[in-house]
Design a protein around this ligand. Structure first.
Ligand code: ZN
Length: 84
């Protein structure tokens, strides 16, 4: 968690990391691909469409940090976040 690059987002469909710019392009394509693959599955194997988590995008930076984080890390985190 501490090593996560601030500018990267995880695709909620396939779980891979993408830049904050490319994820907005990737996600609709990934979802379309997911539907194509899902429709090819037998009815009893089909999955429920993945839901986009509500906590994402820029509000991510506003989440209160866990107490275990040091002040030094909080400052570093803020610096990296502002670079986005
Ligand atoms: Zn994806």
């Amino acid at each position: 968690m501490l090593q996560r690059r601030p500018c990267f987002r995880v695709c909620y469909i396939c779980g891979r990391e993408f830049g904050s710019q490319s994820i907005s392009i990737h996600e609709p394509q990934c979802l379309e691909k997911w539907h194509t693959e899902n429709n090819q599955l037998p009815r009893h194997l089909r999955r429920v469409e993945p839901r986009k988590p509500e906590v994402l995008t820029d509000t991510d930076k506003l989440r209160p940090l866990p107490r275990s984080f040091t002040n030094k890390f909080q400052i570093t985190h803020k610096l990296f976040s502002s670079m986005c």
